[in-house]
Ligand binder design. Sequence first.
Ligand code: UDP
Length: 328
Amino acid sequence: MTYKSILITGGAGFVGSHLTENLLAEGCQVTIVDDLSTGNWSNIEHLDKHPNLRVLIAPVEDRALLEQEVPRHDLVYHLASAVGVKLIIEQPVKTVETIFRGTDIVLNACSRYRRPVLITSTSEVYGKSTNLPFREEDDVVMGPTEKRRWAYACAKALDEFLALAHFAESRLPVFIVRLFNTVGPRQTGQYGMVLPTFVSQALSNRPVTVYGDGKQQRCFCSVFDIVEGLKKLPQNPEAMGHVVNLGSQEEISIEGLAQRVIELTGSESKIEYIPYEKAYAKGFDDMQRRVPDTSRAKQFIDWNPKYSLDDIIRQVTDYYQTRQQDAS
Ligand code: UDP
């Protein structure tokens, strides 16, 4: 890692905590800014006494804190964000405000002190596009503003615009990553994410809840592969000012995922199909398929995911089993 002192907003979150752990293992100094809203102390508890880690429990909207911390670091990862379709539909004001305000504050501080910054965006930005695989320069197809899900996509797209605007106007070194479905240990099902939900249902032999007809497809990528991409990207100046997809291209239907989870956990669970209207509050609109084109990631950082879906399901299962043992 060419950067030595790194600030991570959202460092106590699912992806942020794995990135933190990895960078500490490389010998970097890491500061986390996280208000533990969707992040969780338990994700970083084991790192608490690490001599190279500082944890600041504060929201990313704390402008004074960001102004103070950004110049002390030589790279900023902005991961703090509202996450999960469920949260986004249930708390739409918070979603739009924290996403846009937080990114604005981070970018302003990075601009003032000219610090390179990596912003994490999302495959949601592609919206309802059916032009697969999704390429970064493709048109996006947003749903109506009356369907709340799209507020998240629009807020994240605006973050990208703002970051690119800083690059265009002052050559601020910005790196933008669109994360596709990312899974692994420490991800919680609390905000509606499918894999942790299925694994915990299967481990307790409860029905595995497939929404809709389960024919919708996704590609699931290990958080460990994503972390490698997040580390490499800001080390290549050619990636500056570009949007880069990171995600797996191995597609599976949600019904197929449910079956695989039941099989690999040796569960007695049955699949229960739940209509979307029952699963989510009003304002939901799902997409059938979502596959990234990863040519840019290959070109810039020679990136390819290494973990298979079965590897990931096993890792998530181990994680939940260990936690159950700890809790009992
Ligand atoms: N899903 C499901 N059962 C659940 C949670 C999610 O069938 O308990 C579905 C969800 O409707 C979507 C897919 O699984 O089609 C992936 O959902 P997730 O929220 O993990 O990510 P998304 O791709 O929607 O951002």
